[in-house]
Design a protein around this ligand. Structure first.
Ligand SMILES: Cc1cc2nc3c(=O)[nH]c(=O)nc-3n(C[C@H](O)[C@H](O)[C@H](O)COP(=O)(O)O)c2cc1C
Length: 344
C-alpha cells in the first residue's frame, strides 16, 4: 500500500490518529528512528522544506522520506509563499513516498513571517486562498494544512475557517495560539473544537499535550480526529504508547529514571556526528535536553544547561537519573508548557 493510502485509511478508521509534530532540526531521520523504538506516532511530519524561486527539496530532509525507517507514513511539509515554486515543489515531493503534502501557516520566527511565509501568510488571506487553490489542483495525494489561529488575535480564526472550508483539503492541524503569541500561555482548545465541528475535513489538535490523561480529555472535549505532539514527545518518547494504553482503559506505564537515561544515551548515539567537536556535540544535545530536562526534578535542567564536556554531560545525567523511581516526565508546574495544558 502506498503511504498516502495508509494515511487516508488512518483518517477513515475509528481510532484517534497520533502524530509527531514537525520540528525544524529535531524531527530528522535520526530522531524518527529513536522515537519509533518507543512505539512512535501513527504518522510523522518532516521539518519544513523551504520553498522559493528555484529552490528544490533539501536533500537532508528528503532523507527522512526516502530512508524512513519507521514503517509509518511521513508527510512532507513546505513553507513559502511563491505559488509557482510551491506548485513545482509539491509536484516534485509527491513523486516520493509521502503520505501528504502539508502547508505551513504557523511558523512564528520573525525571519520567516516578515517575508510573508509560515505564520506571516495569516495576514494575507487572498494569498492563502490562491496557494490552496493552486496546490489542490497540483497535488494528487492528500493535501493538508498546519495553521495557527491568526496573526495577532484569535478573532481572526473565524475568517480562516471559512477559507479552509472553501478548499477540499484532507486535514487541518490547529496549533491553537496566534503567531504573535509565539509559545506563550493562552492555548484556545475551544477554537480547535469549533474547527472540528464546522469543517468537513478531519482536524488534529496541537499545543501543550504532555500526558496520556490530557490527551484523552482533549480528544473527548474537542471531537478532533487526532493529535499532533511536539515538545511532549521529545520530553517523553513513551507518550504515544502511553496514550494508546490510556485509550484502551489501561494504566500507562511510566519509565524509570534509568529508562530515561538510556533514552538520552540513544539520542546521543543517534545525534553524534563523526569529527564534530565535543563541545558542539554537547550543544546539539542541549536542543533535546531543554525539553527532557523540564520533565526531570530540578536542579537537573539548571545543571545540564551548564555542561560543556561529554564527561560532565553523562555525569550530570547519571547523577539525576540513575535510579528506579518512575517519572511522569511532565513539564515543571511553572514552565510555559504546563501553564495551560489541556485539562485532564
Ligand atoms: C524546535 C521546534 C521546531 C519547530 N519546527 C516546526 C516546523 O518545522 N514546522 C512546523 O509546522 N512547526 C514547527 N514547530 C511547531 C511544532 O510543530 C508545534 O506546532 C508546537 O511545538 C506546539 O506543539 P507542542 O506544544 O506539542 O510542542 C516547531 C517547534 C519547535 C519546538
Amino acid at each position: 500500500m502506498k503511504p498516502h493510502e495508509t494515511f487516508s485509511n488512518l483518517l477513515r478508521a475509528g481510532a484517534p490518529v497520533l502524530s509527531l509534530a514537525p520540528m525544524q532540526d529535531v524531527t530528522t531521520l535520526d530522531f524518527m528512528r529513536v522515537v519509533a523504538r518507543y512505539g512512535g506516532p501513527d504518522v510523522y511530519w518532516t521539518e519544513f522544506f523551504r520553498v522559493h524561486g528555484d529552490s528544490r527539496p533539501e536533500k537532508w530532509i528528503l532523507d527522512s522520506i526516502t530512508k524512513n525507517p519507521t514503517g509509518r507514513p511521513v508527510i512532507a511539509q513546505m513553507i513559502g509563499n511563491d505559488i509557482p515554486a510551491l506548485v513545482r515543489n509539491a509536484r516534485l515531493l509527491q513523486q516520493y513516498p509521502v503520505a501528504a503534502i502539508d502547508l505551513n501557516l504557523g511558523c512564528p520566527a520573525p525571519i520567516v513571517y516578515r517575508k510573508c511565509a509560515g505564520g506571516g501568510l495569516l495576514r494575507d488571506l487572498p494569498r492563502i486562498d490562491a496557494i490552496l487553490g493552486a496546490l489542490r489542483d497540483a497535488v494528487s495525494i492528500p493535501l493538508t494544512v498546519k495553521t495557527r489561529l491568526g496573526f495577532e488575535s484569535p478573532a481572526e480564526f473565524e475568517a480562516l475557517l471559512k477559507l479552509f472550508a472553501k478548499h477540499p483539503i484532507d486535514l487541518l492541524t490547529v496549533h491553537a495560539r496566534t503567531v504573535a503569541q509565539m509559545y506563550r500561555p493562552g492555548v484556545r482548545y475551544d477554537l480547535i473544537a469549533q474547527a472540528a465541528r464546522e469543517l468537513g475535513c478531519p482536524v488534529f489538535a496541537n499545543g501543550n499535550v504532555h500526558s496520556a490523561a490530557q490527551a484523552q480529555a482533549l480528544l473527548a472535549g474537542t471531537g478532533v480526529r487526532g493529535l499532533m505532539i511536539g515538545r511532549g514527545a521529545i520530553r517523553n518518547p513513551w507518550l504515544f504508547d502511553q496514550i494508546r494504553a490510556q485509550l484502551r482503559g489501561e494504566k500507562p506505564a511510566l519509565p524509570t529514571g534509568r529508562d530515561v537515561l538510556s533514552y538520552i544515551r540513544e539520542l546521543w548515539e543517534s545525534e553524534i556526528t563523526p569529527g564534530v567537536k565535543e563541545s558542539s556535540q554537547v550543544m546539539r544535545m542541549k536542543k533535546f535536553m531543554n525539553f527532557i530536562g523540564d520533565g526531570v526534578e530540578e536542579p537537573f535542567l539548571h545543571a545540564i544547561r551548564r555542561v560543556s564536556t561529554t564527561a560532565d554531560f553523562f555525569g550530570t545525567c547519571e547523577r539525576f537519573l540513575d535510579h528506579d523511581r518512575r517519572l511522569a516526565l511532565e513539564p515543571a508546574p511553572d514552565s510555559e508548557a504546563a501553564v495551560d495544558a489541556p485539562a485532564a
